[in-house]
Structures are given as C-alpha cells and as structure tokens.
Ligand binder design. Structure first.
Ligand code: GAL
Length: 435
C-alpha cells in the first residue's frame, strides 16, 4: 500500500499537474504554423539536440546513434549537443531555435513539468501516442513513467532512462568516510569530511556550481528529503508542506556546513570537473546524479573498486527521479527519421546500449540487469521499492520558472550563506510559482 501510494503521489506531482505557462499562446500558434517535415527514411538527415557532451553522457548518446545507424544506414546523424550540465546552455539555445521556427528533429527533455508545462502546453510538440502504441511500450515501460510524459489523452515523449539524483560518490580513498545503510546520515557524513580535512585534505567534498547553480539546488532537494522525508518533500509541490519550515531551514543549514569542505573554485567548474577532482585525489566525495558514474567509468574507474555510489546522506530508501526523454517537436524537418529515432530511444537494444554508459538505469523493465555494473544493479533493485521523489533541478517537480528562480537563489546562498533570508525568498518563489 505504502509503495503504491508513494508512486501515485510522485506521478501526481511530476506529471500532468498544471504549472506556470512559460510560453505564450501567440508564440505557440506561430510555431504550430511552421509546417511539418517530409518523409526521408531512406536517407536525409536526423538532427538530435541534447546537452550530452561530458564523459559518459556523450558515450551513451553515441551508442544510441550506433543502433540508429545499424537500422538506417543512409541517414546522416547530426549531433547538435550543446555543452553545459543540466542543459544550462542548451535550454536557451533550444528555446531560441523553437522560437525561430528551426526545431531539431528530436530533443532531450525531462519527464514531468519541463515537458508538459513548457513545451506541450505551448502547443509545440506532436504527440507520440501512435508510436507508443504500435511499439507496445505499455507492456515494458512502467505506467508511472508513462503518466509523467502524458497529458490529456496523449503521450508526448519516450523515457530512455531513470537517473538517480540523490547519489553520493566516494573514491576508494574515502573508504572510512561514510557508512552505508543506517550510518549514512548527514551528521556522519559531515564528521567524515571533518576527519578528511583534519588529515590535511583542503576540499574533501568536490562541487562544481558552474552553469547556474543547479548543482546546489540538487544539494537542497536531497537534503530536504534527508531532513523531512519523502512525504514532506512531495508535499512541497501540492501545498501539503510549507517551504517556510524547519525541515527546509535545516536542509539549508546542512549545505552551509558542507560548504566548509568544498573547493573554493566551485563557481568556475561544472559537475564533471568536480568528479575529476576525485580522480585527481584532491577530493574524496561528490554529491551528484548517477551520470557521475558514467563519467567515472568513461574515465576508466572501476565501480565498487576505484569508487562507489550510495544514496546521498540521509536519503536511503528514496530515489530522486531524473528522467530523460525524447519528444517530437512540431515541424521536425525530417519527420520520418525523427519518428524512427523515437522508436530507437524506446527500444530494448537502444536502452541496453545507452544506459550502461550513461550511468542511468533503463526506463524499460526488460533490459537484462546483468549487463549493468554492480552499482547500477543495486540502484535497479532499490528503485523498485524506494519512495520516489521528483527532482526540481532536473525539471520534473516544478515549472521552469520556479526551478530557475531557485537556482538563482541558491547562487546567492552559496555566497552569503544567509539561511533565514534564503528561506524567506524561497517561500516567496513558491507562493509565486507553485500555487
Ligand atoms: C541532467 C540530465 C542528465 C545529465 C545531467 C548532466 O539534467 O538529465 O542526463 O546529462 O543533466 O548534464
């Protein structure tokens, strides 16, 4: 019962709930008038837009391209990826292109609010319902995931993976820093970091906040789950929990404490460079989604040997959902090729090729667990019973206006460390964009 409820609640928050309509109606009509593409399955091009350029994520994408090439050897694939974690640059480029009537054939978009509130509500996507049905995805993609890529009676994109946003990565040098299981608390983590610092390591906790501070928003969302639990966290998006609450205050206070152990140059590096600090040995821990695992393995680290991954401190038993999907923009210039891309993204072989390199677990339930590394295997098991929480930083829980406002607020917060002021400002943002 408990598990069924939690999934329902997760879906309710991340899925079809109304959010702020970011793009205006006239804009949507303009885009709708931009025409449809031609049939070019036998050749032509396929332009895929994403922000997957870092180690691991770029490799995963390349694997999916290989599968596409095997099926459609005459199509020329154009990789239109724009660097910057979490789409910090890509999202603006995509918006400009869509506005200018130059959509790619398909683009990476997070399930939930980012897809539904931003693009679908503005009338800028074509539904993929008929592909979903003809490919038989109902029998292999969990209903919960289908729900968060659906609105009205249509499905609008296909999930390729599930990333875990609440993950702590530890190098083998950090062996005694954190105890998995019940010992994995924020307080134990901080005392472990304290020991590492006392032993001479300046910045045991690596952070990269370049590109808009979404990485700090991840620390906040994870810490809120740690201090308040999954129910409290989910309640923040349906009015059942108040942002102006001791749990949020405590989550912020824990960030201030973490910052004592963080590299001073964090505003100038992104998440992948922060992972690089573990490999360089100047840090031993980083809190990041499991695309970090993709980075480590792409850079020749062996899971559960050179490094390991566990739930971020205090969040054991929960799974912060970051779900990448691909949708079909209205006016996709190479429509048939785009539809075939959607099919590859949702296919068993596509997801089997993509996810082991990407660091995520597959959205499909029929991809064999045995092809994954030991950390992913643990995550696959944990996902089945965990309390699911949708990520704010990665587009699922809240409309874009709230997420970007929160990122800005967190940027101020890491500089000024003003817990009370930040709490008040976040509560104001919530009043403005979550009601
Ligand atoms: C997330 C995305 C992941 C990963 C990450 C870092 O928003 O869902 O797939 O790419 O950004 O770039």
């Amino acid at each position: 019962m408990q598990r069924a409820w939690s999934r329902r609640e997760f879906v309710k928050r991340a899925g079809t709930a109304a959010g702020a309509l970011v793009l205006g109606g006239a804009f949507a009509e303009f885009l709708a008038a931009c025409g449809t593409g031609g049939g070019t399955t036998g050749g032509g091009k396929l332009e895929i837009f994403s922000w997957w350029t870092a180690g691991g994520e770029a490799d995963g994408l390349a694997e999916m391209f290989k599968i596409y090439k095997q099926r459609y050897p005459n199509v020329q694939i154009v990789n239109a990826a724009v660097a910057g974690g979490a789409g910090s640059n890509a999202k603006a480029v995509l918006a400009t292109r869509m506005q200018g009537g130059k959509p790619p054939d398909s683009f990476q978009v997070h399930a939930g609010q980012e897809l539904i509130s931003t693009w679908v509500k503005a009338g800028k996507m074509d539904p993929i319902t008929s592909i979903w049905n003809s490919e038989g995805w109902d029998s292999v993609i969990p209903k919960d995931l289908k729900t968060i890529v659906s609105s009205g009676s249509d499905v609008w994109s296909v999930p390729v993976n599930v990333h875990r946003g609440n993950a702590l990565w530890l190098s083998s040098k950090a062996a005694s820093l954190v105890t998995p299981g019940t010992g994995n608390t924020l307080d134990n983590f901080l005392s472990g970091l304290g020991k590492a610092k006392a032993a001479g390591m300046q910045a045991p906790l690596a952070l990269g906040s370049k590109g808009g501070n979404w990485q700090v928003t991840m620390l906040l969302e994870n810490n809120i789950v740690a201090t308040g639990g999954a129910d409290f966290y989910r309640g923040l998006f349906n009015g059942k929990s108040s942002w102006n609450h001791a749990n949020v205050k405590s989550a912020l206070t824990y960030i201030v404490q973490m910052l004592n152990f963080v590299n001073a140059d964090h505003p100038t590096i992104d998440w992948d460079q922060a992972c690089g600090r573990l490999q360089a040995g100047t840090s031993v821990a980083t809190i990041m989604g499991d695309w970090a695992k993709g980075y480590f393995t792409a850079n020749n680290w062996k899971p559960d040997s050179d490094f390991t991954g566990i739930p971020s401190p205090g969040t054991t038993g929960t799974y912060m959902i970051v779900c990448d999907t691909f949708g079909l923009p209205k006016g996709a210039p190479d429509l048939d090729n785009a539809k075939n891309w959607i099919k590859v993204a949702g296919s068993k072989d596509g997801q089997a090729a993509f996810n082991p390199k990407k660091g995520s677990i597959p959205a499909r339930t029929d991809v064999p667990k045995s092809i994954f590394d030991s950390i992913a295997q643990k995550f696959i098991d944990e996902f089945k019973t965990a309390q699911l929480t949708p990520s704010i930083a990665h587009g699922s829980a809240a409309p874009e206006a709230f997420a970007s406002g929160l990122n800005d607020e967190m940027g101020q917060f890491v500089q000024k460390k003003n817990v009370a002021g930040t709490l008040a400002n976040i509560a104001k943002l919530a009043d403005q964009f979550l009601k």
